[in-house]
Design a protein around this ligand. Structure first.
Ligand SMILES: [Fe+2]
Ligand SMILES: [Fe+2]
Length: 244
């Protein structure tokens, strides 16, 4: 699948081998997962992002319009936040009791990714689909972009967990995120919005914001390694161009 084929961009299963993830994604995740303290902070950062996503859904949707499907989506995102928090506490008990800055890995950049994406998508929706459905369309677009990214990050994370033989699994979350993607895809047509028509610009926007977050994470992981805070478990250099 290529970036020139937007009609199939929601087909994540077929996208998994495309270069949606940076070349250094798996080496960075391997470095993180090799050290329990770094891994716990990364899992806690994912818990925070799931929590932010859940909160945004609740704020974006009119309670008069909440269907069983939407309520389930909200409940599952809240569960994902707790799921990652519980994994974090399992990997390093007591290290990340909340979302204070020191319990996160590149937390400022992670928050900025989500908040900026939300703001910029809202602005684009206001321009391309003005009207009473702006808020819900922003929710659908942001969720589609974030779910898609999460599937690839969680997929890579799962592969690293398996390769290291860690007693953890992200499979239950991966399955639910895949279903959420399908639900978003079906919902666009209810509001007369063509994802295919606007996906190039929205995907490019998300990719540029993600690259800023990922670069920040890369630097933080390298700083941990060079400062020795990792206990010597991390490699001193992470190759930038390793193939997944
Ligand atoms: Fe989630
Ligand atoms: Fe989701």
């Amino acid at each position: 699948m290529t970036a020139q084929n937007p009609a199939h961009r929601l087909d994540v299963a077929q996208e998994c081998d495309t270069p949606l993830l940076p070349m250094n994604a798996e080496p960075i995740l391997r470095s993180i997962c090799s050290n329990p303290r770094a891994h716990a902070r990364w899992l806690n950062t994912l818990a925070l992002l799931e929590h932010i996503g859940c909160r945004k859904i609740v704020k974006a949707l009119d309670s008069n319009a909440l269907s069983a499907e939407l309520l389930r989506h909200i409940a599952e995102e809240a569960r994902h936040a707790h799921f990652f928090k519980a994994l974090s506490l399992k990997v390093a008990p007591g290290l990340c009791p909340d979302f204070a800055p020191e319990t996160l890995l590149s937390g400022v950049a992670a928050r900025a990714y989500f908040q900026t994406l939300d703001q910029q998508v809202a602005r684009r929706i206001e321009a391309i689909a003005p009207g009473p459905h702006e808020t819900v369309l922003t929710y659908l677009c942001v969720t589609t972009l974030v779910e898609r990214r999460a599937l690839h990050i969680y997929g890579a994370h799962q592969r690293v967990i398996e390769s290291l033989g860690l007693p953890l699994s992200l499979r239950s979350v991966l399955a639910e995120e895949e279903r959420h993607m399908a639900e978003m895809n079906a919902a666009f047509s209810r509001y007369g919005f063509s994802w295919e028509q606007h996906s190039d610009a929205l995907l490019d926007l998300e990719a540029s914001l993600f690259s800023v977050w990922w670069e920040s994470l890369h630097h933080e992981v390298q700083n941990l390694a060079s400062s020795g805070e990792d206990g010597g478990a991390m490699p001193r250099r992470i190759p930038m161009h390793s193939r997944l």
